[in-house]
Design a protein around this ligand. Structure first.
Ligand SMILES: [Fe+2]
Length: 281
């Protein structure tokens, strides 16, 4: 942040006092090398980059979501829950997004969303999910008959939406994301189109990793670590997959939200997507 325009000691000391009362949560951007920068929240995110913001989901929302998760997710094959359809969270889709904490996450990423999407945003209705992910091998996931543990390398965009603006936000409900419980592997490969899914139908995970090295020999896989309530943000073309190891024994719960421009919601079906002005959050 540039301070040149701030004249006078008085202002600075008042500002410092205010900052001491309201400390900023740590925000980190990952551009290949680790770097912290308080202007990150205004940054145009490139494909392959991600930002983490600490304490993005309030404790009351975390506890509410965990109660629902414990009731609904009993076995590895249980599918994610659509927040828009969760009647225990209120009688409207908007209320359900508020009570789940989805809107709180967007508020924390307000400047980033303004820069990357615009003031007018749309939450993709069927992509706000409460998801429980168990640590399991790719083989086990395959035998369950669907991508139960999200172990494929994939992008969250789709063939129709392609490279249009899209931001993915994911908050962990537990400590130890990416360490003691499943996390995410993020590939920092810069791509500019939707490439499909690697992990099924002969297009194996290893094939993608080999191709990525051929495109950019310096490309890397990052494994961010999050604690309870922290969130990770990346764009709709960034390749990612669940990161899990054999030493992990407990599942991880996460709240996921995907945001696009209102004019692009048609790429995600004719549903009642949630349109709002980011300034009013
Ligand atoms: Fe995903």
């Amino acid at each position: 942040m540039k301070w040149n325009h701030l004249k006078g000691k008085n202002f600075i000391s008042k500002f410092q006092k205010a900052m001491a009362l309201y400390p900023r949560e740590k925000m980190t951007i990952h551009l290949g090398a680790e770097k912290e920068d308080e202007e990150n929240q205004f940054r145009k995110l490139k494909t392959g980059q991600y930002i983490t913001i600490e304490k993005s989901l309030p404790e009351i929302k975390i506890q509410r979501l965990l109660r629902i998760a414990d009731q609904r997710f009993k076995k590895v094959s249980d599918r994610p829950l659509y927040i828009a359809d969760e009647i225990t969270l209120g009688d409207s889709v908007e209320k359900r997004h508020q009570l789940s904490g989805a809107l709180a996450m967007l508020k924390k990423a307000k400047n980033l969303l303004q820069t990357n999407i615009g003031d007018e945003i749309a939450i993709i209705r069927q992509k706000t999910l409460l998801r429980r992910t168990w640590p399991m091998s790719e083989d086990h996931s395959r035998k369950l008959g669907h991508n139960a543990s999200n172990l494929t390398w994939h992008q969250d965009s789709n063939p129709k939406h392609g490279n249009r603006a899209m931001i993915v936000l994911m908050a962990s409900l537990q400590d130890g994301f990416g360490e003691q419980i499943p996390g995410l592997s993020i590939h920092n490969l810069e791509v500019n189109s939707f490439k499909g899914i690697y992990g099924y139908d002969g297009k194996k995970v290893e094939i993608f990793e080999k191709q990525a090295k051929e495109v950019d020999k310096n490309s890397q896989i990052k494994r961010p670590r999050l604690n309870r309530g922290d969130m990770i943000i990346f764009d709709g073309l960034t390749f990612h997959r669940t990161y899990a190891t054999e030493t992990m024994t407990s599942p991880r719960d996460a709240l996921l939200v995907r945001v696009v421009k209102p004019k692009d919601t048609q790429n995600f079906g004719e549903l009642q997507h949630i349109k709002l002005n980011i300034k009013k959050l």
